[in-house]
Design a binder for this molecule. Structure first.
Ligand code: ZN
Ligand code: FE
Ligand code: FE
Ligand code: ZN
Length: 265
């Protein structure tokens, strides 16, 4: 069983390829499921440079995903999903937006600390002016609150803060344990996201330090490439598969209508 639950497309303006090209690539690779999980719109079309307008969601994204699901149903299972943002203050908007849709799952990602889009290469300079330990503590506080929010099914790239190679000076094991205890209580899965291998950090999200904690707490796993170009679908899944064997007893979570089930990879 092989799935890719984290893919984007040209609607977010920083990815190439149509939704259909991602589905066709997944079929070519022989995947069982492909999750179309583009960046969610935000209230008042905030940060529109890196996401679709809400109007595009209704007029284009949603109908296209549902059409592709039908068109390719004999070849692959297409999941209707989104990558949402945990951004304090937007919770009630996200809750009502999600309720208006029949998503299979919603990934919850932290891409902002305050207004700082810390994973955007445009704003990398800010890392020079902040205390990296404090950035990590704030990041994991956001992850914890995203799990407590009840808005999402899967924690996206749960150590994205390392993307450009910035590492905390102190050991954050206790911060991680406290965070993933809350994730466990939330019932959410954590994704193994291979896109980190293509970023300056050159490492899968999450790190093996976190995967050890996840394994100890018995937190379920999913897999995603975070493809922003069709040929990145399923990238480095041999690595992901080995990590699922080692830290997830060889099991991955599937989602339909926001209900989780588990299968052997
Ligand atoms: Zn993106
Ligand atoms: Fe993301
Ligand atoms: Fe993504
Ligand atoms: Zn992402």
């Amino acid at each position: 069983m092989l799935i890719d639950y984290h893919t984007h497309n040209e609607l977010c303006k920083h990815a190439d390829g149509t939704l259909e090209e991602y589905v066709q690539q997944a079929i070519k690779l022989g995947l069982n499921e492909i999750g179309l999980a583009d960046h969610s719109p935000m209230p008042n079309d905030w940060d529109i440079e890196v996401r679709m307008y809400e109007a595009q969601f209704w007029a284009d994204y949603k109908p296209t995903v549902l059409k592709l699901r039908e068109k390719y149903k004999d070849a692959i299972t297409v999941k209707f999903a989104l990558e949402g943002d945990f951004f304090p203050g937007t919770e009630s908007w996200v809750k009502s937006f999600n309720a208006k849709n029949e998503f299979d799952y919603v990934i919850g990602s932290v891409h902002y600390l305050g207004e700082w889009g810390f994973d955007n290469p445009l704003y990398i300079g800010k890392f020079e002016h902040v205390d990296i330990d404090q950035v990590y503590i704030s990041y994991y506080d956001h992850i914890k609150r995203s799990a407590q929010s009840g808005l999402f099914d899967i924690i996206g790239h749960c150590d994205l803060v390392k993307k450009f190679g910035h590492r905390p000076k102190k050991n954050i094991e206790e911060v991680l344990r406290e965070t993933f205890k809350v994730v466990k209580q939330s019932g959410m899965s954590v994704e193994i996201n291979t896109s980190g291998l293509r970023k300056p950090v050159k490492e899968v999200y999450p790190s093996e330090q976190i995967l050890r904690i996840i394994s100890e707490y018995d937190i379920p796993l999913t897999i995603g490439s975070d493809a922003h170009t069709p040929t990145d679908v399923g990238r480095d899944f041999n690595v992901a598969r080995q990590l699922v064997e080692k830290y997830g007893k060889g099991k991955i979570s599937l989602y339909t209508n926001r209900q989780r089930s588990e299968v052997n990879i």
